[in-house]
Design a protein. Structure first.
Length: 211
């Protein structure tokens, strides 16, 4: 029997001679964030779960018929999530916008303006959200500027405030809406509509599960 010498083995490594290097392992998926909302007494009769779409996942309550049948569903066309009521009616509550990782928030303004038609939308811009603690200083609102802002603020003091000046994604007389860059994903900007009361979902649990 002819033995294969060391030199020939070295030449044949690519063909399988000798030990194979172990295949690189894929990095583990990040663990889902833990939300304080899951213990909210307001939703004691609802089930806490993670809702997954093709790209994003978010934690929320799912309430049965005895509690209004309200729940969250992924909407991959945004991509984002909708709040769904009993009977099938729904409204968009979370959606994402993409930008280059090193680009400023303003890079998504054309997309936001296109998605949020309003009387002053063409000149609306981002401004720091007010009323948050130190953890919320990275939140921004979509609001009018210059003379448009003055007109909006004047209407708020009247008996007939105008419709949302920057469209459905902008400031309004009621509800809390903001934009923020997703932690750990500088290329993803999250829009959240938190309404005027405690919601069944927590945008802080949003995570990217696919590119």
């Amino acid at each position: 029997m002819r033995l294969v010498g060391p030199g020939l083995c070295a030449l044949a490594l690519l063909g399988g001679c000798g030990a194979q290097a172990p295949a690189a392992k894929a990095p583990p998926a990040p663990a889902a964030p833990v939300s304080a909302l899951r213990n909210a007494p307001e939703f004691a009769g609802c089930a806490w779960r993670e809702v997954k779409g093709a790209r994003l996942a978010m934690q929320a309550f799912a309430c049965g018929p005895d509690h209004g049948g309200v729940h969250i569903e992924a909407d991959d066309s945004l991509p984002g999530f909708r709040l769904v009521y009993a009977g099938g009616e729904s409204r968009m509550v979370v959606r994402t916008f993409d930008k280059a990782a090193g680009a400023p928030l303003e890079a998504i303004l054309p997309a936001v303006r296109a998605a949020s038609p309003g009387p002053f939308t063409a000149a609306c811009a981002f401004a720091p959200a007010q009323g948050y603690d130190a953890r919320g200083k990275d939140r921004f609102v979509f609001e009018p500027t210059g003379a448009d802002k003055a007109a909006w603020e004047k209407s708020l003091a009247s008996d007939a405030p105008m419709d949302p000046p920057c469209g459905p994604l902008g400031v309004s007389i009621a509800g809390d809406r903001y934009f923020t860059v997703l932690a750990g994903h500088p290329q993803v900007v999250v829009y959240a509509d938190m309404g005027s009361e405690i919601q069944i979902f927590d945008p802080a649990t949003l995570r990217v599960i696919a590119p």
